[in-house]
Write a protein that binds this ligand. Structure first.
Ligand SMILES: [Zn+2]
Length: 209
């Protein structure tokens, strides 16, 4: 284990909470359950890489958004784990939407580092066989969120609270589109989840070393 990395704390935030569990998957399972499963796997991968990890919100009790960034205090990086949906009008065609995406706010005080980490994570996910979703940049199919790094699926989302209000580099990962039936099945596969978590940990290692 690297003693340099062990001194670095990574905060892993489980998106949403029990009373507001995020989007419902194609089969009706709340996003929060996916976020928690992946966050636990990300923690394992980061610990294995030698980091110290603080999990935030895994018990489903973080209803107040800014408590997440508050409790990330002291972390070298805050990663918020989510799973994706599509705009309501596109839900009937949700199976056409797939892939991961990464978001950060241009108002994050450590924006350059946040972008470096998001790009590194996206690059590792691509190397592991995953594909950026890309539709969030589209004004019709998505929300017109500009690319910060198009190749690696990174977007700017300036009002993103978890990135905007954090004191440290902070980004959000949408691991996959769970309103897409096929992708939902993939997100439930423990082997795929492990590959996603390991890619995230490798990206973190790369951007922080
Ligand atoms: Zn979410």
């Amino acid at each position: 284990m690297s003693s340099v990395l062990a001194s670095l704390l990574i905060a892993v935030d489980v998106g949403h909470y029990a009373a507001e569990p995020g989007v419902l998957s194609a089969r009706g399972r709340p996003e929060f359950e996916y976020n928690r499963e992946l966050a636990l796997e990300v923690r394992e991968a980061l610990l294995a890489a030698g980091f110290t990890v603080r999990l935030i919100g895994e018990r489903g009790d973080y209803a107040v958004l800014h408590h997440r960034t508050r409790d990330a205090k002291g972390a070298a990086l805050l990663i918020s784990i989510h799973h994706d949906s599509v705009r309501e009008r596109w839900l009937p065609q949700a199976d056409q939407f797939a892939g991961f995406s990464l978001f950060l706010s241009r108002e994050n005080p450590a924006r350059a580092k946040a972008l470096a980490c998001a790009s590194a994570i996206g690059a590792r996910l691509r190397a592991a066989g995953f594909t950026p979703s890309r539709y969030h940049a589209d004004p019709v199919r998505g929300e017109n969120r500009p690319f910060a790094d198009e190749t690696n699926g990174v977007h700017y989302y300036d009002k993103l609270a978890v990135s905007r209000t954090a004191a440290m580099p902070a980004l959000l990962v949408e691991a996959g589109v769970i309103v897409n039936r096929e992708e939902e099945a993939r997100m439930r596969d423990p082997a795929a989840r492990r590959r996603i978590a390991e890619s995230i940990a490798q990206g973190v290692q790369q951007c922080l070393s």
